[in-house]
Design a protein around this ligand. Structure first.
Ligand code: HEM
Length: 428
């Protein structure tokens, strides 16, 4: 049997080069250059105010509900003093960071972290008003980046890493040398949670590369080496299996009760306030398009990572309505270049899958490339099953344990039922 296919009908257009969308061959969706760990001195007021928050290990208002009065009062006063500091913080201009992507990303990260500290330490009996000293620069920076003006996966994962040993690049594997820079809670669990994401992004870069090569070869259309595509797919399966292994290390690195009770409350979005308060953004009218921008204020989730949807898109994995609506909801929180990359792949209409289908029709489903493709699809399914285990351990079980949490538990269960039960991943 010939290992070459001479002319595969391409679905039109060519696979856009990932590099044009800030997708790096080695780092995937992580920026190839280490994110800034501090802004220049002109913005020291922001950095120092954030330091003052992280060093004090505040408790979120949701956590204080369970504390007795004296302890609660101490915590509330501590946080109030910090919020007063933020109220008095000067309104710093962002003019001199414009055009500097790393500076803007760092600014976005620290401003959004301060917004979370500010909002979630505000007692439930008070309204939440994010002061002008945060609102105005945050909207400005978000506008420059074309990014949601809220903390996102892009902030706490993609643009929040450093090397443990900056000189160890040639000797220490990146996955063992990478760590997150900032956490909201100072817990090893939160750092561990971000580490899982970082390691998955790094490993995922290998799958993006393999699938990109496959799609490129198929689209080029002449004398396609079916054996090579088979090898790429087999290697991709291995990478996806390793992604699953990394995801499952969450169980070693993150304690479910710490995640649910200590970390999660800080990551709640402005549209999900536990006490149904509407967040007010002081000074929003001073920034153009602020109303439109401030519609993107949902809780961050690793579901905002472009990695898994990009693998789906390359493999032509079907989207049902609930998956599509989830993706439409989260893609506005992705770095816009990544989102454009993902969209360009989704529009390419299943290059790899269509190619494999043609081979299946011509040579049967036992053809090695068909077997390899189906194994890759199965590996994606198995990765999603593992994710469901994580969701159950970290959200469903703790939310059911929590007094009065039945409503939230039920909401999440139905959301997840929608996301997972109808997931169609048909083999060829
Ligand atoms: C403690 C760890 C994690 C928890 C508790 C968790 C929780 C969740 C929840 C509740 C959802 C449902 C949708 C929503 O956010 O509203 C979701 C979706 C999703 N999460 Fe996670 N997640 C975790 C880690 C990860 C990691 C590390 C990744 C990979 C980078 C990931 C990728 C996804 C994806 C792609 C979706 C969309 C559903 C799908 O396409 O299957 N999650 N996650």
């Amino acid at each position: 049997m010939s290992s070459q296919v001479s002319s595969h009908k391409s679905t039109g257009g060519g696979t856009a080069a990932p590099q044009g969308f800030q997708v790096d061959q080695r780092m995937g969706f992580l920026p190839p250059q280490m994110p800034l760990s501090r802004l220049p001195i002109a913005w020291e007021a922001w950095e120092a105010t954030l330091d003052a928050a992280t060093s004090q290990r505040f408790k979120a208002a949701e956590q204080l509900v369970a504390l007795d009065s004296p302890q609660k009062l101490v915590e509330e006063e501590k946080a109030l003093a910090w919020r007063k500091l933020v109220d008095k913080m000067p309104l710093l201009s962002i003019d001199n960071i414009k055009g500097c992507e790393r500076g803007l990303r760092r600014a976005h990260l620290i401003l959004t972290f301060m917004v979370q500290f500010y909002a979630h330490t505000t007692p439930p009996t008070e309204s939440i008003t994010i002061p002008r000293s945060l609102t105005v620069p945050l909207l400005g920076v978000s506008c420059e980046l074309n990014h949601a003006p809220f903390v996102t996966y892009s902030d706490h994962n993609l643009h929040n890493w450093s090397l443990k040993d900056p000189h160890g690049q040639d000797t220490i594997p990146m996955r063992d040398n990478i760590q997150s820079q900032l956490t909201l809670t100072g817990t090893p669990d939160e750092a561990g949670m971000y580490l899982v994401g970082l390691r998955m992004e790094l490993k995922g870069a290998e799958a993006l590369e393999l699938l990109g090569l496959s799609a490129h070869e198929i689209e080029a259309g002449n004398n396609i080496e079916v054996g090579r595509i088979t090898t790429y797919l087999t290697q991709t399966t291995k990478v996806i299996e390793e992604l699953k292994g990394i995801l499952m290390t969450t169980k070693e690195l993150v304690r479910p009760d710490i995640f649910f009770n200590d970390i999660r409350p800080w990551l709640v979005g402005a549209d999900a306030d536990k006490w149904n308060r509407k967040w007010v953004w002081e000074g929003e009218d001073e920034v153009e398009d602020s109303e439109q921008m401030l519609t993107k204020v949902s809780s961050p989730t690793a579901g905002q990572s472009p990695l898994i949807p990009t693998l789906d898109a390359y493999l032509g994995i079907e989207e049902d309505d609930s998956k599509r609506s989830f993706l439409d909801r989260v893609r506005v929180y992705m770095d816009h270049q990544h989102e454009e990359y993902l969209q360009s792949l989704r529009l390419r209409k299943k290059i790899i899958r269509s190619f494999v289908q043609v081979i299946a029709e011509e040579r049967g489903t036992n053809a090695p490339v068909v077997v390899a493709y189906n194994a890759t699809v199965q590996a994606m399914k198995s990765l999603r099953d593992a994710h469901l285990v994580i969701v159950t351990l970290y959200i469903i079980i703790p939310s059911r344990k929590m007094a009065k949490a039945s409503e939230m538990g039920a909401k999440l269960s139905s959301l997840l039922d929608g996301l997972y039960s109808e997931t169609s991943m048909p083999e060829v």
